[in-house]
Design a protein around this ligand. Structure first.
Ligand SMILES: NC(=O)c1ccc[n+]([C@@H]2O[C@H](COP(=O)([O-])OP(=O)(O)OC[C@H]3O[C@@H](n4cnc5c(N)ncnc54)[C@H](OP(=O)(O)O)[C@@H]3O)[C@@H](O)[C@H]2O)c1
Length: 231
C-alpha cells in the first residue's frame, strides 16, 4: 500500500531531494512550503519526473498556518505515515550569542524548534500507527562535539530540536510513532553554500532511510549516514 509522507521546506534543497527520493520509492509526497511560487515550481518539477506529489502552503514559523494546513488535510481525509520536519533557517547575522540581539535567537527558535514542535502537535491527529517523525537536525547541535564557533543561535536551535526529539519519542512510543533526529552532513544547498562537501542526494539519504527502511523500533535517536551518533 502506498505510504504518504509530508515534508516541510520541500521547495528546495534537502527537502526537495528527500521528496524526490521518497517518490521514487513509491511514496505519495505532500510537499509543504511557505512560498507559493517556488513550491509550485518544485511540485511541477517532480510531477514531470513522474512523482506522485501534492503541495500545501505552510509557514512553520506561524502556528495558525500549520493549524490551517492540518485542518485542510484532515478534511480531505489524508493521513500520514511519515512527517519530516526539514524546514529551518540559518540567519546570516547569527555570529555571537553574547553580543547579538536575543531577537535573533528567538527568530531562529521560532522556525527551527517551535515550527517542528507545532507541526507535531497539529499533525499528530493525522498520523497513522505505526508512524515516523523525522527531525532534520545538524551536527552543529551536538552536545558532545567541541563547539564549532559558527552560527550559535542556529546550533542552539538544533540542540533544542534534539532534546525535543528524545522527549517526543518517549511520549509517542505508546502510539508506535518513532521520532528520530538526523544530521545530513554538510550539504551543497542555499544553506550549506557552494563550499559544502556533500551533494544534495547524499544529504537526503539518511532522512529517506529513516522514512522508508529503518526498523520501526529505532526511536529517540540521532543518525548520520544511517548510523546512530552521540547527542
Ligand atoms: N545544508 C547543510 O549543510 C545542512 C547541514 C546540517 C543540517 N541541515 C538542515 O537540513 C535542513 C534543510 O536545509 P537545506 O540545506 O536544504 O537548506 P535550504 O536550501 O536553505 O532550505 C531550507 C528550507 O526551509 C524552508 N523554510 C525556512 N523557513 C521556513 C518557514 N518559516 N516555513 C516554511 N519553510 C521554511 C525554506 O523555504 P524558503 O525557500 O521559502 O526559504 C527551504 O525550503 C534544515 O533543517 C537544515 O538546518 C543542512
Amino acid at each position: 500500500m502506498t505510504q504518504t509522507a509530508l515534508i516541510t521546506g520541500a521547495n528546495k534543497g534537502i527537502g526537495l531531494e528527500t521528496a524526490r527520493q521518497l517518490a521514487r520509492r513509491d511514496f505519495h509526497v505532500i510537499m509543504a512550503g511557505r512560498n507559493e511560487t517556488s513550491l509550485k515550481a518544485a511540485l511541477q518539477q517532480l510531477r514531470a519526473e513522474g512523482a506522485s506529489v501534492a503541495s500545501v502552503l505552510i509557514d512553520v514559523s506561524k502556528e495558525d498556518s500549520i493549524q490551517a494546513a492540518a485542518g485542510e488535510l484532515l478534511q480531505q481525509g489524508i493521513s500520514l505515515d511519515v512527517l519530516i520536519n526539514n524546514a529551518a533557517v540559518l540567519l546570516k547575522t547569527d555570529q555571537s550569542l553574547s553580543t547579538q540581539s536575543a531577537d535573533l535567537l528567538a527568530e531562529t527558535l521560532q522556525t527551527n524548534c517551535f515550527g517542528a514542535l507545532n507541526m507535531v502537535r497539529h499533525f499528530l491527529p493525522l498520523m497513522k500507527t505505526p508512524g515516523r517523525i523525522i527531525n532534520v537536525s545538524s551536527g552543529g547541535g551536538s552536545m558532545t562535539d567541541p563547539v564549532g564557533g559558527w552560527s550559535p543561535a542556529y546550533c542552539v536551535s538544533k540542540s533544542l530540536l534534539n532534546a525535543m526529539t528524545r522527549h517526543l519519542a518517549h511520549e509517542l512510543a505508546e502510539r508506535n510513532i518513532a521520532v528520530n533526529a538526523v544530521c545530513p552532513g554538510w550539504v551543497k544547498t542555499d544553506m550549506g553554500g557552494a563550499g559544502a562537501v556533500r551533494p544534495v542526494e547524499k544529504g537526503a539519504e539518511t532522512p529517506v532511510w529513516l522514512a522508508a527502511d529503518a526498523e520501526q523500533h529505532l526511536s529517540g535517536k540521532f543518525f548520520r549516514d544511517m548510523r546512530e551518533i552521540a547527542w
